[in-house]
Design a protein around this ligand. Structure first.
Ligand SMILES: CC(=O)c1csc(NC(=O)C2C[NH2+]C2)n1
Length: 130
């Protein structure tokens, strides 16, 4: 009903704000757009479910997420994919893994500090009712 749509609208505002703040952070530049298959031809052979911050934004606008956990499942793919595609000891791989970990930790910390637990529970109840 209308109150549920008000809650989901507020969730989308929170998730857009979070995602846009991450996109502004220079450390996370490699994660802002889908990997360019021309530049990295083997990427789709290694990574089954690509994800990036701009795709998260599109998903938010398409009302894909009813709970924060659904959003975090997709957001975690950015971090998991980076670790999987960059497993080696060489400095370039270590650098992108470090940034992927910083992205995940930053996202988790912002959610823990800025999203009300009762609000999250209301979103989960809406998901269970649908
Ligand atoms: C988004 C992502 O995880 C990504 C984009 S390029 C890349 N890795 C490299 O270009 C080389 C460093 N060792 C392979 N990883």
């Amino acid at each position: 009903e209308e109150q549920e749509e008000d809650v989901l609208r507020e969730l989308r505002l929170f998730l857009r704000n979070l995602t846009e703040r991450l996109m502004l952070d220079r450390r996370f530049k490699a994660f802002t757009k889908p990997v360019d298959i021309e530049e990295v031809p083997d990427y789709l052979i290694v990574i089954q479910k690509p994800m990036d911050l701009s795709t998260l934004l599109s998903n938010i606008d398409e009302h894909k997420y009813v709970t924060v956990n659904e959003f975090m499942s997709d957001a975690y793919l950015i971090w998991q994919n980076a670790l999987e595609y960059n497993p080696d000891r060489d400095p370039e791989d270590r650098h992108i893994r470090h940034r992927a970990c910083a992205l995940k930790d930053t996202m988790r910390t912002i959610i823990r500090h800025e999203l009300d637990k009762d609000f999250q529970r209301v979103c989960e109840e809406i998901r269970e009712s649908r």
